[in-house]
Design a protein around this ligand. Structure first.
Ligand SMILES: O=C(O)c1ccc(O)c(O)c1
Ligand SMILES: [Mg+2]
Length: 631
């Protein structure tokens, strides 16, 4: 699979765009005319700059309002084309994209358009150039690739071919089976873009909301599979018009684009009829069986406070690391590590972010294969020295520069705590009541809103997971977008919260010191009321929920008064979906950022989004004396 991306997809000026595109690993680049016009070097300079980066120019575009012009405009239109051909020859590219005419003066008629293209083909052939025709979804007469293909077919010229763009086809829900009857040598290039499903004007949707394949909701994989089944094995080129990307980091967007294409190729390759596509061979998406551990970086002083909270939550220190200052706390299947070592990555993370959950381990079927896939998809591997005889766990960098460790049960990796740790206990600490916490229900990561797509693509491309639709979480100071990555068995659930401003609880978390990272950990109990009773006994301080909430919950769900009274007494939030009930209990925040949640799911599949506004208001109320701005 040859990979390309249009310069319009990346932020910055042309040199910066090209550098990011080359670094990300693309083979080619589409030069968007405006990027070239805004640059103050000659076409030959641009061509050289592209080739110096080891890239090929796959396409020059767009050439607009060409076909079907009335006689009064026709010769000028051809003159314009000749000028573009001059530029192309200087740039050093042989393909131009002509998008379907949107001019109000243009005339319809398949044969008129075909005749124009035949003549353009003759002119292009004289210069050794080729022309690809693309149906814009909002073209005046041609807005369907099937009609564009009919024009190309009737133009009957070897230098005239078709350009398919997933957005134009999929936004109009055009049957993708129609692609299977197009001969592969008449498809000059394929452009790819995804988009979130939003009901709006096609042109506006296309110019502002496109995103990378896999980041949106369009069936780009099925589209690409249909193309691969024709035997086409040329360039697949991302063409992403997106306001957020234009203002984003050129490197990050280019890297996401490359990951999205490699991931797409990997999915398409798995279709039996598309096996002709040459793509990187890599292991399947990793099946996650659970969260192996979550690790906090801290120092001795903070760790003592954290340990005190963990004890009230019913955790017990069960082991300590043989060679590092790392304690293991456990309860049910939950393992929490607290790392206060003065060396290594944890310490560096502590220096920057303070006490935070900087690492997590996911239990997968095969850690080696999961690691191989992650690296093939551009994840950054992480290694640091381990002492002789200790287990080296494969790891990649994740959200906020933190770590995702990969462990499995087939090797020593799953036994790291037996090999690297010695049993330990907490002498002199009072005995705490067991709190019935069983496993990690979800890990909530807070990121800047612009990073959400990056991390959605990261998790969904490496691990066997799906993303749920985005929901809005209303904070008294703004909206936080929330989207979940989860697997079918519920053994991995990550909620990604995207903060747009620093006055929201999530924005405050990022801005104050923590950066993107884990803002809360939710543990599952099989009996929320038994847990609440144990926590009370242990001196745990729950987050106080406004009493007003309970009257509403009682009325909204028709709860009996006794239940709503119990919920109120224990500060438990309640929700229900078509699958069952949900109970949530929160801790106060730890050092102004991090907090714990305890949930009981009785069949419920969501995350309590309707309760978020009340939980956030309560957290902010609790934080206010320590500096959270009043809103
Ligand atoms: O929005 C446009 O005008 C436009 C131009 C060229 C393309 O290839 C495209 O897909 C859209
Ligand atoms: Mg296009």
């Amino acid at each position: 699979m040859k990979t390309s991306i249009a310069t319009v997809s990346i932020s910055g000026e042309l040199p910066e765009k090209l550098e990011a595109i080359a670094k990300a690993g693309f083979d080619g680049v589409e030069i968007f005319e405006n990027d070239f016009l805004a640059f103050d070097g000659s076409p030959a300079d641009v061509g050289k700059m592209v080739r110096d980066h080891g890239l090929e120019i796959t396409l020059f575009q767009p050439f607009r309002d060409f076909e079907g012009m009335p006689p009064s405009h026709r010769s000028r239109t051809f003159d314009r084309a000749e000028r573009k051909f001059d530029v192309m020859q200087e740039l050093g590219t042989d393909l131009v994209l002509v998008c379907s005419n949107v001019s109000p003066v243009s005339l319809g008629g398949i044969d008129r358009a075909a005749a124009d293209f035949h003549e353009l083909g003759e002119r292009a052939a004289r210069r050794g150039l080729k022309v690809g025709y693309e149906a814009l979804a909002w073209g005046r007469h041609i807005n369907d690739h099937r009609d564009a293909w009919e024009i190309v077919r009737r133009a009957d010229h070897p230098n005239i071919g078709l350009i398919l763009d997933s957005f134009h086809t999929l936004s109009r829900k055009i049957d993708i089976n129609s692609i299977r009857s197009i001969p592969k040598d008449k498809i000059f290039i394929v452009q790819l873009a995804d988009a979130p499903l939003i009901d709006m004007d096609l042109l506006y949707w296309s110019r502002h909301f496109r995103n990378m394949p896999g980041e949106g909701d369009l069936p780009v994989t099925a589209f690409t599979t249909a193309i691969a089944e024709t035997g086409y094995d040329g360039y697949f080129s991302l063409e992403i018009f997106n306001d957020q990307f234009r203002g984003g980091s050129s490197r990050a967007i280019a890297d996401d684009g490359y990951r999205s294409l490699i991931y797409l190729g990997d999915q398409v390759r798995r279709s039996p009829n598309a096996s002709g596509l040459t793509v990187l061979d890599m292991p399947d998406r990793a099946t996650v069986k659970g969260v192996g551990f979550v690790e906090f970086s801290s120092d001795e002083k903070d760790a003592a406070d954290l340990a005190a909270i963990l004890r009230t939550l019913g955790f017990r220190k069960t082991a300590k690391h043989k060679s590092k200052k790392v304690s293991l706390y456990s309860q049910g299947d939950i393992r929490l590590l607290v790392n206060t070592d003065e060396k290594g990555f944890a310490n560096a993370s502590f220096a920057v972010h303070g006490t935070s959950a900087y690492a997590m381990a996911l239990v997968v079927d095969d850690a080696g294969q999961a690691f191989e896939r992650a690296v093939a998809l551009g994840a950054e591997p992480f290694r640091q020295q381990v002492a002789a005889g200790e287990v080296e766990i494969p790891a990649i960098r994740g959200v906020g520069g933190g770590l995702v460790y990969l462990i499995d049960d087939n090797s020593n990796l799953g036994r790291f705590s037996e090999i690297d740790f010695l049993p330990a206990s907490e002498e002199g600490e009072p005995e705490m009541a067991p709190a019935h916490l069983e496993h990690v229900d979800h890990i909530a990561q807070t990121v800047a809103y612009e990073e959400m797509l990056t991390w959605l693509l990261f998790y969904t491309s490496i691990f066997e997971t799906q993303k749920t639709p985005m929901v809005d979480i209303i904070d008294p100071a703004g909206v936080v977008r929330s989207q979940v990555v989860e697997n079918a068995s519920g053994t991995l659930r990550i909620t990604l919260n995207g903060a747009e401003n620093r006055r929201t609880l999530a924005g405050h978390f990022i801005a104050e010191k923590f950066g993107s990272g884990v803002q809360h950990l939710a543990f599952h109990t099989d009996d929320i009321f038994a847990t609440a009773a144990a926590l009370r006994k242990n001196g745990f301080k729950p987050l106080a929920i406004s009493p007003n909430y309970y009257g509403d919950v009682e009325a909204r769900f028709g709860l009996d008064a006794e239940l709503s009274e119990r919920l109120k007494e224990e500060n438990i939030l309640y929700d229900r979906d078509e699958h069952g009930e949900y109970f949530q209990l929160y801790s106060m925040t730890y050092s102004e950022g991090f907090f714990f949640e305890i949930v009981e799911r009785r069949g419920y599949r969501g995350y309590g989004a309707p309760n978020a506004i009340f939980r956030i208001a309560a957290l902010k109320r609790a934080l206010r004396p320590e500096g959270m701005p009043r809103v």
